[in-house]
Design a binder for this molecule. Sequence first.
Ligand SMILES: C[S@@+](CC[C@H](N)C(=O)[O-])C[C@H]1O[C@@H](n2cnc3c(N)ncnc32)[C@H](O)[C@@H]1O
Length: 184
Amino acid sequence: MSNPWMFFRRWVANPLQMGSVVPSSAALCRRIVRHTRWTDDQAVLELGAGTGVISRALLRAGLPPERLLVVEIVPAMAAHLRRMLPGVTVIEGDARGLAEIVPTQWHGRIGTVICGIPLVLLPLAEQRRFIDTIDAVAPGSGFLHFSYCATSPLPWRRHRLTARREAWTPLNFPPVSVWRYQPA
Ligand SMILES: C[S@@+](CC[C@H](N)C(=O)[O-])C[C@H]1O[C@@H](n2cnc3c(N)ncnc32)[C@H](O)[C@@H]1O
């Protein structure tokens, strides 16, 4: 099954959970990689890895597979990620409970969290759950989040965050921004 087709079928099944009809473009992946940081003893954590386009871009950029952790809620996609990403820690589960599902050896040792889960349409309390669970495993470091909104997809002041648009590209369907949110 091709990646875009798998993605599209999941969008038909649950459009709010997928948030997009097609996987992220190469242009968006490049921009995310550019703003992803890690040191020699840190991992990168990707939430909502889908078909793994961003994961593969990170590996191509030199991130060792044993230091990439990806979380995906849809079992068929998690299975696909395991097949496509040897050596990567693929966690099938709900990213709202990161403290329970991310191996404890990585707690506090995550260079960048990339959140590909669509947060914009969630109620404030649900958004807060994601923000808090990220902070539980990557205290103080915040996260990257991409969104098709013209303005910030999160009401960052209400969540006591700082927000910075790191990148924007029209070379994605739809055009997309990469935001960095950090605890204020
Ligand atoms: C917009 S897609 C992004 C996929 C991929 N990262 C990309 O850029 O093409 C959102 C992904 O988040 C996953 N997802 C949604 N809610 C989730 C949750 N609570 N926990 C883990 N994954 C979730 C969906 O199944 C989907 O694969």
